[in-house]
Design a protein around this ligand. Structure first.
Ligand code: ADP
Ligand code: MG
Ligand code: ZN
Length: 490
């Protein structure tokens, strides 16, 4: 029997506000700041303190919910989720439960089988926990807690179980991260843990619509872990059902080192958390005027930008998709195209130079596009030099390497190093004649029927032009000169 995976994703994204969700503590880079230097009595929920809702966090959350096509209920309520854990100083997390900020949205994702519609069940606001570091080696005899992250605004985005493979899950993650970046609410640096994925996974016989028991994989913070962990669970559960066993509902962790998932705890249920409306915060009323204002201020989103790139620049869906993933990359591309003279605009060529050669140089050197010494106008000029035949495409690659190392403009390098392609038709015709005349034996072989000698002549002419001859012009000149000999001409 064949099995199909059924997957719903919960994503936690920190919101890049200046201060925390309910107090004035600054939101800092948790990989940089000294531990516990940004925490206050409100973060710790000490008696006598009161939380205050961060308006910017609400604005950011609304941006995301609207970008994900959610409905915004006019009444929002914060709720206390009670549980004990050392990274949770209050003993409860302020979250949302029955009345979240956004419901019933959707996001379109790109898969190799075409675009897919993923329903979003809910988007709600909550606060992050602190961070634990376990130490003491094998014996694991101590843990350290850093509360800088406790209380940072966190958005939870939950899909319906509409995903069916590791590829789907990754495509959703990539698309969602792009949306968050475009909205300017999250930098998308997964290695810093600002986006964390939790796939809920079950499998069922292919063709059935039942929902079987699921497991939840906690806190994956790379696309690689997301894909590998998901695949592992699908394989594991399929094997259990095939062997006549029963999948247990539980929370599991992914061990990158061992390449497998491990049980963490039995599934807790909502009633275990004793949710109740947060008594220290008023309900949040999000009126139509506020929602309309946020909606009106939404920027162009990745999907719209991709469609525009396909339409206005004639790019393939794939190329457009690659270019729009990061706003800075898409901006760079558009600046480069705009820098070309309107009569010589070559959007496809610019895309090829950018995603081909420039990406290769960035990868090899480990540099980012922002730090690279090739500004958009230089890349555009290079593409124009090649497309107008001033230099060959091979010379272009060498020139780009020098541009990348020196930051200099391509036209200067071409002039200085005498790299311009030779396209002078009469000079090339004369050279073709001279080469043929100098090689009577090869000519005889050619005339006796060995057509491949023409390519050898091509190589000879190109060599004399130090590789800078225009290939089309050389080919035409040789073809004409050889044809004259075929017909017994001069
Ligand atoms: P909880 O809040 O307890 O984690 P939810 O019902 O909110 O549970 O579901 C969390 C996620 O699990 C959602 O993304 C949902 O689509 C997904 N999900 C629910 N049931 C299944 C199932 N049987 N198989 C796979 N995913 C599921
Ligand atoms: Mg869950
Ligand atoms: Zn604080």
């Amino acid at each position: 029997m064949e099995y199909e995976a059924v997957i719903g994703l919960e994503v936690h994204a920190e919101l890049a506000t200046a201060s925390k969700m309910f107090c004035g503590c600054a939101v800092v880079d948790s990989t940089q700041a000294a531990p516990n230097t940004y925490a206050c009595p409100i973060c710790a929920g000490l008696p006598g303190t009161l939380p205050v809702i961060n308006a910017q966090a609400v604005n950011f959350a609304l941006r995301v919910a609207l970008a994900l096509n959610c409905t915004i209920p006019p009444l929002n309520v914060f709720a206390r989720k009670n549980y004990f854990y050392p990274d949770l100083p209050k003993g409860y997390q302020i979250s949302q439960y029955e009345l979240p900020l956004g419901v019933n949205g959707w996001l379109e994702i790109e898969t190799s089988a075409g675009p897919r519609h993923v329903r979003i069940r809910r988007v709600h606001l909550e606060e992050d926990t602190g961070k634990l570091t376990h130490g003491g080696g094998e014996t694991g005899d101590y843990s350290l807690v850093d509360l800088n992250r406790a209380g940072v605004p966190l958005l939870e985005i939950v899909t319906e179980p509409d995903l069916h493979s590791p590829e789907d899950v990754k495509a959703y993650g990539v698309q969602l991260r792009a949306v968050l970046r475009y909205l300017g609410v999250n930098a998308g640096d997964m290695e810093k843990g600002v986006i964390r994925f939790e796939p809920n996974i079950s499998v069922r016989p292919l063709g059935s619509t039942e929902l079987r028991t699921r497991t939840e994989l906690k806190n994956l913070n790379s696309f690689r872990a997301l894909e590998r962990g998901t695949q592992y669970e699908i394989t594991r559960q399929t094997a259990i059902w095939l062997a006549g066993g029963q999948v247990l509902q539980e929370t599991r962790g992914w061990s990158e080192a061992e390449g497998r998932t491990l049980p963490q705890r039995g599934k807790e249920h909502a009633h275990d958390y004793r949710y109740f409306p947060e008594p220290d915060l008023p309900p949040l009323h999000l009126g139509p005027a506020q929602v309309a204002a946020v909606r009106a201020a939404l920027p162009e989103l990745p999907a719209a930008r991709r469609a525009r790139f396909e339409r206005d620049y004639g790019l393939s869906r794939y190329d457009a998709e690659v270019l729009v993933e990061e706003p800075a990359l898409a901006d760079y591309y558009e600046q480069a195209v705009a820098a070309q003279p309107p009569e010589a605009r070559q959007p496809k060529a610019v895309a090829n130079w950018l995603t081909g050669e420039l990406f290769r140089l960035l990868n090899e050197s480990g540099q980012t596009l922002a730090a690279a010494r090739v500004p958009p106008a230089h890349l555009a000029a290079l593409a124009t030099l090649v497309s107008t035949g001033v230099i060959t495409s091979n010379t272009g690659k060498t020139v780009l390497e020098t541009m990348f190392q020196t930051g200099r403009a391509p036209a200067d390098l071409v002039a200085e190093q005498g790299l311009a392609q030779v396209s002078d038709t009469s000079a090339i015709e004369a050279l073709a004649e001279a080469v043929i005349a100098a090689h009577p034996a090869e000519l005889a072989t050619y005339l006796a029927g060995k057509a491949s000698v023409e390519q050898w002549f091509f190589g000879q002419v190109m060599r004399r032009l130090r590789g800078q001859g225009n290939p089309q012009v050389i080919r035409a000149a040789l073809a004409a000169a050889l044809a004259r000999r075929q017909t017994g001409g001069p």
